[in-house]
Design a protein around this ligand. Structure first.
Ligand code: ZN
Length: 412
């Protein structure tokens, strides 16, 4: 599937240096600690998979916040001199997409195509660097079938009324991604698309691998009957195919830690006999509105495209998101946008001055803060301090402009 165009990333004069001076550390949900992420030293290839959208209602600020967090990871790695192999999926066939298409009478493929294009346009406007492989579920169905076959071959799949399930008991490491107890897992599984009460399952937490054909829904042929893939096995199959096992970072919103990333890791580990699926599972916080998490089911969404249509500078949207640590849960209000617009104006004025304070200290501050589990709010404050001070270095304004562009994705 086509990705979206990449904005140019300025090559900073001392790129590569940060790999040794400020190696990236990210908070890994699987261990609950901040750990080095990516290749050691400089010049290696970092591998990252980020779960993509289900294209029926793109792109709200919660999505933007997640993809922006992993855009920072991408930029920090590049600045450290690494190549980045970044893969993202689009769940272009799944229950919520089909439900929406049924409600509105639209063809599900047309709905998915339109929303994926809107997502691409939003990501481009926000200067989020594209994945080098952007892959749909539909185009990956042979791959997913092959993965389910591997699980069946390892006695890690069983049928209930034509549907195929993964027995979580097949993975001795089940639970190691989210570190939740079974008591904590049960309500989340029910809330996030699972079917704990389905009669005939061996364990209420067993996850759907293949859903048998239902009337009026798309279906594909497979050795285990006509149907369509489950969501977890989709990401599992795509990530292993394009990144291999033990890739550096699997990312998504914090609501994906369980069951999505937990199940995906178990599928991958049981199917390949190798572990881990990813070296680090990294999760972005939730953006709320009016006291609740922004989500489709609650209908309290602020869309990037609507803000853009209203004339909002996408760089101000980006700055408003960067003003919060990626792992924190926070509330969107119009004030946040106004603050970001004022900050953008101050930065632009400072970057267009004839001279300013030297750029090296602010570059060091931005790099060290981002390397520290993506502390973007602290990085913004370092640029604020530079913009507020006077200086005589005539090269500094253009250097700081390149710095905010390369590392924060903010074009001044
Ligand atoms: Zn996923």
């Amino acid at each position: 599937m086509r990705s979206w165009p990449a904005s140019e990333v300025p090559h900073l004069p001392d790129a590569g240096l940060p790999a040794a001076a400020w190696p990236l550390r990210l908070h890994d949900t699987g261990t609950g600690t901040a750990r080095p992420a990516g290749p050691a030293g400089s010049g290696g290839t970092a591998r990252m998979y980020v779960c993509g959208i289900t294209p029926y209602d793109a792109t709200h600020l919660g999505h933007a916040n997640t993809y922006l967090a992993f855009d920072l990871v991408n930029r920090v790695w590049r600045d450290a001199g690494h190549r980045v192999h970044y893969v993202q999926n689009a769940t272009d066939v799944d229950d919520p997409l089909l439900e929406r298409a049924r409600e509105t009478g639209e063809d599900w493929r047309a709905l998915a195509d339109r929303e994926i294009q809107l997502f691409r346009d939003d990501m481009t406007a926000l200067r989020i660097l594209p994945p080098d492989r952007y892959i749909g579920a539909v185009e990956s169905i042979p791959l997913i079938i092959e993965m389910i076959e591997k699980l069946r071959g390892r006695n890690a799949a069983y049928e209930v009324g034509g549907d195929v399930y993964f027995p979580v008991a097949a993975d001795p490491d089940f639970g190691q991604v989210s570190r939740l107890t079974r008591e904590e897992m049960a309500p989340l599984f029910a809330e996030r698309g699972g079917d704990p009460d389905r009669a005939g399952k061996r364990d209420p937490l067993d996850a759907l691998l293949w859903s048998a054909r239902r009337p009026g829904e798309p279906a594909w042929d497979s050795p285990f009957g006509e149907g369509r893939p489950g969501w977890h096995v989709e990401c599992s199959a795509i990530s292993i195919e394009h990144l291999g096992m033990a890739f550096d970072v699997e990312g998504g919103g914090s609501d994906l830690a369980f069951p999505h990333h937990e199940m995906g890791a178990s599928h991958a580990q049981v199917a390949t006999g190798e572990r881990p699926h990813a070296r680090a599972y990294v999760h972005a916080g939730m953006v709320g509105l009016d006291g609740e998490k922004m989500s489709k089911s609650r209908g309290n969404l602020v869309f990037v495209s609507k803000l853009r249509e209203a004339g909002t500078d996408p760089m101000a949207i980006r700055l408003a998101l960067l003003a919060h640590h990626y792992r924190s849960d926070w509330e969107w209000t119009p004030d946040r946008l106004a603050e970001a617009e004022a900050r953008l104006e101050r930065w632009r004025a400072a970057a267009s001055r004839a001279s300013g304070p030297p750029a090296a200290p602010v570059a060091e501050a931005v790099r060290s803060h981002l390397a520290d589990d993506l502390d973007a709010p602290a990085a913004l404050k370092a640029v604020d301090a530079w913009a507020a001070a006077d200086g005589t270095d005539a090269t500094a304004p253009s250097q700081v402009k390149a710095l905010t562009d390369a590392l924060l994705g903010i074009a001044l």
